[in-house]
Write a protein that binds this ligand. Structure first.
Ligand code: ZN
Ligand code: ZN
Length: 407
């Protein structure tokens, strides 16, 4: 965690703002605002091109416009903009109606958008994306617009409502349209997985006592870049020894010691598509209890691979693997969900969790299987693969060894 920052001063200013605004409390959800107030750090992901099935995607988008009975839809989430248009920049929006498809962006991206988004009319704005969106909605004559409720900010929503009298907005989501991958997408994810696997093989030569976690993270990211990754799919996690109890322990200056387990969670990005893998290795001799935990997680993870198949629900797979760890008496130490979809975003639909909305997994969905055990003041183990759902047994796309590696 961060140390000498003036958290007290910041909290005092926040409290003052709450009083000045005559509020009772403040809710902060933007990452860069959460970090200065709490010291907590998270991560973000983004974007593509080539043989993707754009016609199929646009047809599904069209179906959605009809099914939801809207005149047009407005898409502002980067991953969805990329998915439907092929455009890989940011600061863009798609405005799609029954007879038109527009991609709105600024001058920095006009040329790129023209090259990447052949199915869209490129509209350039110079004085604000949302101002241009308002102009486009007005001139389209559309009255009912589908928007991404979980993406649009309150300020953007308020602005549209203020500027567009008589226009109704319907909350929709488009993320689930990306769940089932086409052949080209699967190839990209396969490649991203292969890069991560090869980086893992290489990093094993680096891990030894006295090496800092952050060096291990740097080597992993360096190897992935050298092997063709566009960027790390998320902030690389390296958690050694007692830090292993933090499921999302971003690498620190801590030195790895003999007798510790080291959990590494990392991923590559290829043509915008992510991979996600976690391996836990032992440095030097580890205790009987550490081995016992490793074996319990290993068994649960293999069981997950056995049962992930088309037709099952996200909830039932999560709960079956959870039972497996409960039987080994580690159930209470597995506090996150079993898995998530992987694609243009590192965490996307479908979820394998107790809250999953996915009733039936479908062939060509890509999900992770990542049980873990995390014990405070002791350490932890997580093992994770990215897998392709099929009608039969899932195909494991990340293939690094999982039997305990002792370095
Ligand atoms: Zn992961
Ligand atoms: Zn994951």
């Amino acid at each position: 965690m961060n140390t000498n920052f003036d958290f007290n001063g910041l909290i005092a200013r926040l409290c003052k703002k709450i009083s000045a605004e005559e509020g009772d409390a403040a809710s902060i959800t933007k990452d860069v605002d959460i970090i200065p107030f709490s010291g907590d750090r998270g991560g973000v992901a983004a974007p593509v091109n080539t043989n993707f099935d754009f016609n199929g995607r646009l047809a599904r988008l069209n179906d959605k416009i009809f099914a939801e009975e809207v005149d047009a839809i407005l898409i502002t989430k980067d991953a969805n903009v990329t998915y439907f248009s092929g455009f890989r920049g940011d600061s863009a929006a798609l405005f799609v109606g029954k007879n038109f498809r527009k991609l709105i962006t600024d001058g920095r991206y006009t040329e790129q958008a023209q090259r990447q988004s052949k199915n869209f009319q490129i509209v350039e704005h110079s004085d604000g994306l949302f101002k241009k969106i308002v102009d486009e909605i007005k001139s389209s004559g559309c009255h009912k617009i589908g928007v991404e409720a979980t993406v649009m900010t309150v300020a953007q929503r308020d602005y549209l409502a203020r500027e567009l009298d008589g226009v109704e907005f319907k909350s929709l989501e488009f993320d689930t349209l990306r769940q089932v991958k086409d052949a080209a997408e699967i190839e990209m994810i396969r490649k991203a997985c292969e890069i991560a696997d090869n980086a893992f093989t290489k990093v094993l030569e680096v891990i030894r006592p006295n090496v800092r976690e952050i060096e291990v993270a740097a080597e992993l990211e360096y190897f992935m870049r050298k092997l063709g990754s566009e960027r790390a799919a998320f902030d690389t996690i390296v958690a050694s020894g007692v830090r292993g109890s933090l499921p999302h322990g971003i690498a620190t200056e801590k030195k790895i010691c003999a007798g510790e387990l080291v959990t590494m969670d990392f991923g590559a990005t290829f043509r915008g598509y992510c991979s996600d893998i976690t391996r836990t290795v032992a440095v030097g001799k580890i205790s009987h209890e550490q081995k016992k935990i490793y074996n319990a997680v290993h068994d649960a993870q293999l069981y997950g691979l056995e049962i992930i198949t088309a037709g099952k629900s996200g909830k039932e797979i999560d709960s079956a693997v959870r039972d497996c760890l409960r039987d080994a008496d580690y159930g209470e130490f597995f506090m996150h969900s079993l898995g998530h979809g992987v694609g243009l975003e590192i965490h996307e639909e479908p979820r394998l969790s107790s809250l999953s909305n996915c009733e039936h997994l479908l062939p060509n969905m890509v999900v992770t299987d990542e049980p873990g055990v995390y014990i405070r003041n002791f350490g932890g183990v997580r093992i994770e693969d990215t897998v392709l759902v099929t009608d039969d047994r899932a195909e494991t796309l990340t293939r690094s060894p999982k039997t305990l590696i002792e370095l």
